[in-house]
Design a protein around this ligand. Sequence first.
Ligand SMILES: [Zn+2]
Length: 179
Amino acid sequence: MNAENSGICPFCAESINPVAKLCPRCRQWLTIRSLRNPAVFIWLHGGLLAAVWIVMGIGILSAINRLGNPKPYYSAFPQALRVIESRMNWAPTKDGLRIYLTGILTNQSAVAWNGVEFECRFYDAKGVMVDANHTHGFLTIQSNDDTAFRTVVIPGCATNDYASFRLSVTTARNAKAWY
Ligand SMILES: [Zn+2]
């Protein structure tokens, strides 16, 4: 037996019509299925409000993401940024020896890029790769243009292990990004 068909109000024990939705004596709603039940009303509206906030939140986050990472992406322009010449210098710093890679980068796309990520591979005299590193170039390169760059690598091996190197661009960010 439940409140909907017992004929007794579970809140005030008054005898009531077994199909009553609202107790005429204590004004308690006897069915949670009624949309006019204040508890159901608040629950439904709370859920609706939460859904609206979630949808708005997702919209705001994706708009912020579009500003920070606008299309087109570099992945749509493979090999657009190429290192056309580069050289390696060793230089002492207060934190130890560093490898400075300096060169010219060319942009063969109609999009300006920044936040360039370089992949640096280092080989010994036998052509075996002995060290590798990814560095970030804080530079902007305009569409169909060249720019000079310098990037620094912390060496992972002894100086004489470095006979040659290869430098390439793995990714970059659209320069239209707001942040
Ligand atoms: Zn009652």
